[in-house]
Design a protein around this ligand. Structure first.
Ligand SMILES: *[C@@H]1O[C@H](CO)[C@@H](O)[C@H](O)[C@H]1NC(C)=O
Ligand SMILES: *[C@@H]1O[C@H](CO)[C@@H](O)[C@H](O)[C@H]1NC(C)=O
Length: 342
């Protein structure tokens, strides 16, 4: 009798342990992330070494919830990532975006003597900018005959759009917003998923890839990432629509590079164009033109992703401290020589 009872108790105990194990196991499965780190087994190692595509997913280091770069901030107070070298794994992020069939529209303006920057811009973009992804450059110029013949890779396109000549570089800068607004409205809706608007007197020196994509993307200005906000060159005259009161502002963003989804960049360009029109009617021009209006827009419509000054450095020859890699940089130029009517 006693024997049979203890036998039943032992049986029940093992049953409970078994149920517990099954429970834990199924629960773990349901928590597994979509991309699972897989180890190379003997079988797929062989496949790999025969030049075949490995059937398992990407192999990469385990992400850490504890360790990251400590010399820079990689997130804003509104939880937007700030992209620095060391905050992402390019292979992981590429593999995610590769599954989507995306097109990145990219606009540049090359008026007057600025066409001289096109060759380096386009050639270096071929080497570093969204390599392996579909990119459509829209180039606005008043000198279409000066556009160099740069050989573009597969799924890389260039459309040249002719503009009338403008006299002041400030006017070029100011009308950019309106041109971008119309481009997005009239042409891009079914053509692209994201857009970046870049200055042409620049060159790529390192990877600029899908880590930069987001709903609304701003680039932290390379002269102001390490200074207190009272030094930011915001528009401080209340008469301008770009006005930002003293003591306000998050970051100082460059006007030389911004982007995001078509919808969000359309709203940005439309808003800036409207604000600039009001300024013109009130006979005021913001201190740094469209950059001032962009900064106002980003203060009240926070970017969902920020790119560190790696994504627009001052000049490739300048040393960089926390900027470990220069991806994109202004090229040294003589402003008086290339800007018309200064
Ligand atoms: C990917 O997008 C391109 C351009 O928008 C389109 O021509 C192509 O059919 C798409 N491919 C797939 C598989 O959806
Ligand atoms: C568009 O911009 C305006 C500012 O002009 C802002 O109030 C609005 O929230 C923005 N809409 C979207 C969808 O971003």
């Amino acid at each position: 009798m006693v024997l049979r009872q203890s036998f039943l108790i032992i049986l029940a105990f093992f049953g409970m342990v078994l149920c517990g194990l099954i429970y834990l196991n199924t629960n773990q499965n349901s928590c597994k992330p979509q991309i699972i780190e897989k180890v190379i087994t003997k079988k797929n190692w062989k496949l790999k070494n025969f030049g075949l595509r490995s059937p398992v997913g990407l192999v990469y280091n385990q992400p850490s919830a504890l360790v990251s770069r400590t010399d820079v901030a990689s997130v804003t107070p509104w939880l937007a990532p700030i992209v620095w070298e060391g905050t992402f794994d390019s292979r992981v992020i590429d593999s995610i975006y590769k599954q989507q069939n995306i097109t990145i529209a990219t606009t540049v303006f090359a008026l007057g003597k600025y066409t001289r920057f096109l060759k380096d811009f386009l050639e270096s973009a071929e080497e570093h900018y969204f390599v392996g992804f579909r990119v459509h450059f829209y180039l606005f110029t008043d000198q279409p005959e000066e556009v160099p013949n740069v050989k573009l890779g597969q799924e890389r396109y260039l459309t040249v759009k002719t503009l009338p000549s403008m006299n002041r570089w400030q006017d070029i800068s100011m009308s950019r917003m309106e041109i971008l607004e119309k481009l997005i409205e009239n042409e891009l809706a079914s053509e692209a998923d994201y857009i970046f608007c870049l200055d042409v007197d620049t060159k790529f020196y390192g990877r600029w890839g899908v880590e930069s994509l987001g709903r609304l993307v701003g680039v932290i200005h390379p002269w102001f990432f390490n200074v207190p906000r009272f030094l930011f060159t915001y528009e401080h005259r209340p008469k301008s629509q770009a006005y930002i009161p003293a003591g306000k502002g998050d970051f100082y963003y460059t006007g030389a590079a911004f982007g995001g989804s078509l919808k969000d960049v359309h709203n940005l360009t439309k808003t800036c164009r409207e604000q600039m029109n009001i300024d013109t009617a009130n006979s005021i021009e913001a201190l740094w033109h469209e950059e001032s209006h962009l900064n106002k827009y980003f203060l009240y419509n926070k970017p969902s992703k920020l790119l560190s000054p790696e994504y627009l450095w001052r000049d490739i020859s300048m040393s960089s401290g926390s900027v470990k890699i220069i991806r994109f940089s202004h090229v040294a130029k003589n402003n008086a020589e290339v800007r018309p009517n200064l």
